[in-house]
Structures are given as structure tokens and as C-alpha cells.
Write a protein that binds this ligand. Structure first.
Ligand SMILES: Cc1cc2nc3c(=O)[nH]c(=O)nc-3n(C[C@H](O)[C@H](O)[C@H](O)COP(=O)(O)O)c2cc1C
Length: 322
């Protein structure tokens, strides 16, 4: 049987080329990141929405659970971006993944702190700029991804355009649900994958059961793209709250002031916290375009075993339909 390639990001070597995407607010926390790292992948704690003290605590909690590769994902769009980056560096984080905006400053902070920097990009231009500024790898995210989107282009069309334009590792994100999807993008020249939705439907993910149930019961028609107050489109699952967003019947009050620039259409922090804590009527439930394909909540260990087996089978010449 063929082996899956290792994923090298600067000095880091992941035995399995799977990154668990950072998912705010408090969707990807220490237990999930650590479980992924323990399987040889890369686990990311979502930093957006945490305070400096909370992110430090979360990193320590993950380190107690795993000696594997642990990173943070912090959205460039949030006010405390720099403080959270510095706090993560001071805790000795392995890598910082940053999306929802682009920060040139991040590269010098990474260099000073000896931390691998991995921007999330959705264009050839930003891929090349990232490489020139010193990125250790890039996540190339297509329109299928859950959460905030930087493009309306499918992930595979972006991968096709970008893989030959940069030397640094390319990690494909958006719509990767099973091992065949992984094998296909590796064959296209990607070095690894980042998966979000698949890991929401895991035992270790710390959202309330109602959140996972919404995933389990989703149909293709439930996937909706809304205008987020961040100023980007955001991919989520339909519920009462999204109906209100579409009808523009929203409470515009804000207790958090979490964003550098906010349209004040609704409070994104409040709606994400409500979702994480199980309020499926008033919460904003981010999910990838193919989340409806998920039908089982599994331990991370089992998810890895399935993904690796399916990917190897495909690379060995068999498809799902064989
Ligand atoms: C619930 C949820 C929250 C997310 N939050 C973030 C985030 O805070 N920062 C970020 O860069 N990406 C975020 N994402 C995107 C994921 O990290 C990942 O790139 C994406 O989900 C990949 O697509 P998939 O869900 O089809 O696997 C989020 C995705 C989901 C499903």
C-alpha cells in the first residue's frame, strides 16, 4: 500500500498531511486540536474570540494532552489580532494560521518569535506575496469552506492555478470530506489538506450536541452564504437566525467591539457564542458546503483511520465506486 506523504511546514514535520482547520468561536479548542495532533496531523486552536489569558490557557491545555504539532488560527480582522499572536508566540506555539484578511506584520512577528506563519489565501497574487514575505506554507481555501470566504472560486480551480506558482507547501481547504477528496488534491500537487466540517462532527469537538445535530440533519439546501459583519461572505447552515439575517430583522447592538471594521449588521461574536453553546435558533452555525454529507459523529482516531485508508485505497487505484 502507498503511504501518504508527510507534510513539512518549515521545521515542522506532520506524519499525516491533515490540518484540522481553526474554528471560532470555541469550536476548535484544545481537546480537538490535541486529538488531531496525537494522530500525526496538525491541530489548530481557534484564537478569535478568546482573550489573551484564554488563548494562553487553551494552548497549555492542548500541550498537556499532546506532544504533537499544535497551532493557532487567528483572524486578521479582529481587534486583538496582534495581542493574540504575541500571546501564542510567548506560549511557544508551533505555527500561526491567519485568514479573514492579510497581515504583512505577521511575518516579522513570526520571524522574531521563531514560529511558522501560514496565511490563508484564495488567489495566485496573495499566494506569491505570502511566499515572498516568508510564509512557511499557505492554506488555499476555496468557496466550499465553512466560515468566512475570500473567494467564489472552487478549491480545485485555485489549487490548479497556485501549485505551480509557489515553492512553499500548499494546503488545500474547502469541501474535503473523505479520503478520496484528500487523494485527489494530493494528486493535483497539493502537499496537504485542511478540513473543518469533518472535525466538527467529532466526539472531541467541544460544541454542544445541538450544533453537531444540525450538521447531521443538514440537507444540501440548508447551506447558505450570508454577508457577515466582518465584510466578507460567510458560509453557514440555515436556521431561524439565518432567516432573520436574510429578512434583515436583526438586533444591531454590540457588546464586544471585536472587529477592526464591522458593518454592525448583527453581532457576529454574540451569534457565534450562542451557536457554540447550543442555541440553534439564535446562533450562527458556520459549516462547509458539503457538511450535509456527514452522517456520523466519530472519535478523531476513527476519522483519521477512515481518511487514511480511503486515501490510500484511492491512490492504489480504487475509487469509492469500485
Ligand atoms: C464552524 C466553523 C468555524 C470556522 N472558523 C474559522 C476561523 O475562525 N478562522 C478561519 O480561518 N477559518 C475558519 N473556518 C474555516 C475552517 O478552518 C476550514 O478552512 C474550512 O472549514 C474548510 O472547509 P470544510 O469545512 O469544507 O472542510 C471555520 C469553519 C467552520 C465550519
Amino acid at each position: 500500500m502507498l503511504e501518504l506523504p508527510k507534510l513539512r511546514i518549515g521545521d515542522l514535520v506532520a506524519e499525516v498531511p491533515i490540518v484540522q482547520g481553526g474554528m471560532a468561536v470555541k469550536v476548535s479548542t484544545a481537546p480537538l486540536a490535541a486529538a488531531v495532533a496525537n494522530e500525526g496531523g496538525i491541530g489548530l486552536i481557534a484564537g478569535s474570540g478568546l482573550t489573551v489569558e484564554e488563548i494562553k490557557k487553551e494552548i497549555r491545555r492542548a500541550r498537556e494532552l499532546s506532544t504533537g504539532i499544535i497551532g493557532v488560527n487567528i483572524m486578521v480582522a479582529i481587534n486583538e489580532f496582534k495581542e493574540l499572536v504575541n500571546a501564542s508566540i510567548s506560549e511557544g506555539i508551533d505555527l500561526i494560521v491567519a485568514g479573514a484578511g492579510f497581515s504583512r506584520d505577521l511575518f516579522s512577528l513570526g520571524k522574531e518569535g521563531d514560529v511558522e506563519i501560514v496565511p490563508i489565501v484564495s488567489s495566485v497574487k496573495l499566494a506569491k506575496i505570502s511566499e515572498r514575505l516568508g510564509a512557511s506554507a499557505i492554506v488555499v481555501e476555496g468557496k466550499e469552506a465553512g466560515g468566512h470566504l475570500g473567494t467564489d472560486q472552487p478549491m480545485k480551480s485555485l489549487i490548479e492555478k497556485i501549485v505551480d506558482e509557489v515553492e512553499i507547501p500548499v494546503i488545500a481547504a474547502g469541501g474535503i470530506m473523505d479520503g478520496q477528496d484528500i487523494a485527489e488534491v494530493l494528486e493535483m500537487g497539493a502537499d496537504g489538506v485542511q478540513m473543518g466540517s469533518r472535525f466538527v462532527a467529532s466526539e472531541e469537538c467541544e460544541v454542544e450536541d445541538e450544533f453537531k445535530e444540525l450538521y447531521m440533519n443538514a440537507t444540501p439546501e440548508d447551506g447558505v452564504v450570508i454577508d457577515s459583519p466582518v465584510g466578507l461572505p460567510g458560509r453557514a447552515l440555515r436556521n431561524e437566525f439565518l432567516n432573520k439575517v436574510e429578512d434583515d430583522e436583526l438586533d444591531t447592538s454590540c457588546d464586544y467591539l471585536c472587529l477592526k471594521k464591522c458593518s454592525r449588521r448583527f453581532c457576529i461574536m454574540e451569534s457565534l457564542i450562542k451557536a457554540q453553546s447550543g442555541d440553534m435558533d439564535q446562533g450562527l452555525v458556520f459549516a462547509g458546503e458539503k457538511a450535509y454529507q456527514l452522517n456520523e459523529i466519530l472519535p478523531v482516531k476513527q476519522i483519521f483511520e477512515n481518511l487514511i485508508e480511503e486515501a490510500k485505497e484511492y491512490l492504489g487505484g480504487n475509487t469509492k465506486d469500485d
